[in-house]
Design a binder for this molecule. Structure first.
Ligand SMILES: [Cu+2]
Length: 125
């Protein structure tokens, strides 16, 4: 009987752990995760949105060659190596529409390889 109650306690503790981790996670603001690809001469998706103050994580994979992801308004410039996902994380603190573009010359269409980050103003209480 003693052994089986110990096993039961251990089982309960293990099953409660994920619930506790989840409750702790709720205190942090949620992160918006965006998966993106880069290839001549576009980012997919090329329009991304966030709410002001939101934490944004963009995971970008260059599919065909080396590219870059430059979001000047947020002082981000990341080289993207072919087939190697790069993670960019920032807080969308400024509302507005901001252009991001390729920052590694990749061919004739390089200058038009760009997209938009739209940060909607946070609602006032
Ligand atoms: Cu380029």
């Amino acid at each position: 009987m003693k052994i089986s109650s110990k096993v039961l306690m251990a089982t309960l503790a293990v099953s409660l752990l994920p619930a506790m981790a989840c409750a702790q996670g709720q205190e942090k603001p949620p992160v918006k995760v965006i998966h993106m690809t880069a290839q001549r001469y576009k980012f997919t998706p090329n329009v991304i949105t966030a709410i002001q103050g939101q934490r944004v994580r963009i995971i970008i994979t260059a599919l065909d060659r080396k590219h870059g992801f430059k979001l000047a308004a947020y002082h981000i410039n990341q080289v993207l190596l072919k087939g190697d996902p790069a993670t960019i994380e920032f807080t969308a603190a400024k509302a507005g529409t901001f252009t991001f573009r390729c920052s590694v010359f990749c061919g004739m269409g390089h200058l038009r390889m760009k997209g938009k980050l739209i940060v909607k103003p946070a609602k006032k209480p």
